[in-house]
Design a protein around this ligand. Sequence first.
Ligand SMILES: C[S@@+](CC[C@H](N)C(=O)[O-])C[C@H]1O[C@@H](n2cnc3c(N)ncnc32)[C@H](O)[C@@H]1O
Ligand code: SF4
Length: 452
Amino acid sequence: MNSLIDKYNIPGPRYTSYPTVPYWDESTFSPEKWKESVVRSFHESNSGEGISIYIHLPFCEALCTFCACHKRITKQHSVEIPYLESVLKEWKLYLELFEEKPKLKELHLGGGTPTFFSPQNLKTLLEGIFATVEIAEDHEFSFEGHPNNTTKEHLQTLYDLGFRRVSFGVQDYDPKVQKAINRIQSFEKVREVTEWSREIGYRSISHDLVFGLPHQHWDAMEYTIHKTLELKPDRLAFYSYAHVPWVKGVGQRGFDENDLPSGEEKRRLYEDGKKLLQELGYIEVGMDHFSFEHDDLYQSLIQKKLHRNFMGYTSSKTQLMVGLGMSSISDSWYAFAQNVKTVEEYQKMVEEGLIPVVKGHILNEEDLLMRRHILNLMCQLETTFDSQDAIPELENAFEMLKEMESDELVEIQGSTIKITEKGRAFTRNVAMVFDLRMMRNKPETRIFSMTV
Ligand SMILES: C[S@@+](CC[C@H](N)C(=O)[O-])C[C@H]1O[C@@H](n2cnc3c(N)ncnc32)[C@H](O)[C@@H]1O
Ligand code: SF4
């Protein structure tokens, strides 16, 4: 296995979209075209599956120095109401495009820290939205909670509004790691919020763990995983630490790069961590995610309903996902659009009556086709091309897969590609073969044969 990891371990996209954000062709995009694609998608899907809304709630009271999310650090809670008013105004701008009442299937509150906001303010926001939609019977509402500031009242208020899933940022329990990432958070606190969630009736409780953090060694990781199991979250995200200090606004600092585990150590954290999670009864679902058998995420995998979007894996698919709030990304299936990335710009544009998108991509026929195949590979671990998928580069792609076939990572039967059990860890490498936008832009991109 290690030699395969050496061979295939290369930086690659996570395919929460295709084309991936760096390959969006902005010359194809305009706010007008974005709105047209939203209208089309709404028309096609609202009466069937319904739509999803993602709301980005960016504020956090303190900076965790490892964090790569779009956030704004402040202790001033006076920012809450004006921000939520902007979100409701932005939603109104979308409502003007719709010819009928939206049917809300999925809703996710992400951040930043949604639980920075008071339960009452979150309730006002959500009631503002719910007054304008029909809530689907089988709706899925979820939110991200910070264990240090999630109260019982948050959990009860959101439960009463229909939320049944919650994910808590845990990261790591080792005091040295917590100090380095400026995130002091006790196991007792995580236990408390997890138990409250369970008592209140949340169906799916998830914990986020991160491997590759400063000072993280296997002993600490093993301890974190064993402590996590004491609380038995239904799902786990096991993220690889993304070190991107060059990205504007991210603010990763406060530790020396020499404190980060080396490539070899990081690989062990992943490999041994995954092995331990599996021994303890978790099943790997797609990339980065583990769940117990009873959880919807695993159930959707076996029922072939698993979907992937900017929020990661979801257990059902909607064609239209409207992202509200600063930096949110929306997906109309035919186009992607991202909102402006500062709170001030966001609020200003919304005040001016403008949908605050700043960049995006309109998918052409080829993008739509490759998107479908890449999604199939990321979610179902297999895809079948048909004779209409006539793109000259596909021949090349199948040629590249031959080496993966001889390494037993994929099975190719005619035009069907199946990722094997052994190949699961290399799903991204398989998807990269079909990333035509990346291949054309960077033909030297290596899919394999590159050591760490
Ligand atoms: C918005 S936060 C979760 C909610 C809340 N703000 C908290 O921290 O508990 C989303 C998650 O993204 C993950 N994350 C943030 N920065 C990351 C990075 N640089 N690499 C990998 N995962 C990261 C963390 O696991 C974090 O819990
Ligand atoms: S990890 Fe969570 S709390 Fe920490 S800065 Fe990032 S979004 Fe905020």
